[in-house]
Write a protein that binds this ligand. Structure first.
Ligand SMILES: Nc1ncnc2c1ncn2[C@@H]1O[C@H](COP(=O)(O)OP(=O)(O)OP(=O)(O)O)[C@@H](O)[C@H]1O
Length: 353
């Protein structure tokens, strides 16, 4: 639904040049909630503003719903923009208009007649749960209610795409959850595709199907959240599931185990310890529900070298778990230089054990 290809944005001021986007290519499939994470200054806002061409890229292309926005005339672009809603961290409501008046703004701009506007505003108020607040002014609303007005306004022209610029960063955790729940419901009921930028890992954990990490204008990691989780070197996964780091010690094999869905219920650690009579030391573990599915990671230490533990490792892999072997001295996440697959003989050994 959204595709950017080799997007670059260079800001030139009198005394300096900043490359805010550097060769950014992203694909957000229809119906997906895609999160872009990154520290302040990474280029997130520039990216989201470039997707609806509030910011013109220096080079590269943007495609939304099969139309290349970067190739459109100003008039065509205005029409296409109606199909892209946007919400903001600080809501950007008009203080002199009540809730219904704020939601009506994009309908007025699109030239929708008064009767249809009234009908549509009432429908949108219900959709975001603000039916009782049509006559309230922004100053009389809580942050969560203001963001609901922002969402209703963004949906006024029935967009297929919703862009969210740090939409929950000004909200407390409970209100954040209710706004994220609303976004998830709207994705399901309206078939929206949502691109959001955030610096909060919890936002990605709770609603995103896919995510990208930006650094200095570049996308340094991207993929579905569950695939990222399965990559031992993924920084996003490490931040999503912080695990304890192993104390450096010789004669120990350290494993990172990733498990999903039904595997989370399987007591593989106790089975492993019993079956192979090995001591299993749990160094860290985290289980979360991502996109409605349980996933988790665990870091464990087994006594002995990798060669001593080939059979227990084969057992874990036979259970469908992803097992990455870390160097005993490695305090980071890079897997040790060991074969990705165990030798062919291992499964047989496991069965005989
Ligand atoms: N209009 C502009 N003129 C000059 N430089 C700009 C402009 N807009 C952004 N930048 C620069 O581009 C870089 C990326 O900024 P951007 O706002 O996209 O980052 P961000 O990841 O959204 O950060 P934040 O979370 O703080 O908003 C920064 O170095 C910023 O100073």
């Amino acid at each position: 639904m959204i595709r950017t290809h080799a997007l670059t944005k260079v800001f030139r001021t009198r005394d300096r040049e900043v490359t805010a986007l550097d060769d950014v290519s992203l694909h957000v499939p229809e119906g997906e909630i895609f999160g872009v994470l990154g520290r302040s200054g990474a280029g997130k806002s520039t990216l989201i503003r470039t997707v609806n061409l509030l910011e013109r890229p220096t080079s590269g292309t943007v495609e939304v719903g099969g139309r290349e926005l970067t190739a459109l005339s100003a008039r065509e672009l205005r029409a296409e923009r109606l199909r892209i809603g946007m919400i903001f961290q600080h809501f950007n409501l008009l203080s002199g208009r009540d809730v219904a008046g704020n939601i009506a703004v994009p309908l007025e701009i699109a030239g929708v007649g008064r009767a249809e506007r009234t009908r549509k505003v009432a429908e949108l108020l219900d959709l975001v749960g603000l039916g009782q607040h049509a006559k309230a002014y922004p100053a009389q609303l809580s942050g969560g209610q203001k963001q609901r007005v922002g969402i209703a306004r963004a949906l006024a022209n029935d967009p297929r795409v919703l862009l969210c610029d740090e939409a929950t960063s000004a909200l407390d955790p409970e209100t954040t959850r209710s706004i994220l729940d609303l976004l998830r419901e709207l994705r399901a009921s309206l078939g929206l595709t949502i691109l959001l930028i955030t610096h909060e890992m919890d936002v990605v954990k709770s609603i995103c199907d896919s995510a990208a990490l930006m650094e200095a204008g570049r996308v340094v990691e991207s993929g579905t959240v569950t695939d990222l989780l399965a990559r031992p070197d993924s920084r996003l996964a490490r931040d999503m599931f912080p695990l304890g780091l192993p104390a450096p010690s010789t004669g120990t094999t350290i494993l990172d185990i990733t498990f999903r869905g039904a595997e989370t219920a399987h007591p593989f650690v106790s089975t492993l310890a019993r079956t192979y009579n090995v001591d299993v030391n749990i160094l860290g573990a985290a289980v979360e529900t991502l996109a409605g599915r349980q996933v988790g990671r665990m870091r464990i230490a087994l006594d002995g070298s990798f060669e001593d533990n080939v059979v227990p490792i084969g057992y874990l892999r036979e259970q469908g778990l992803q097992v990455d072997v870390l160097d005993a001295y490695d305090s980071g996440f890079a897997p040790a230089a060991l074969p990705a697959q165990l030798p062919d003989a291992v499964p047989t050994l496991v069965k005989e054990a």
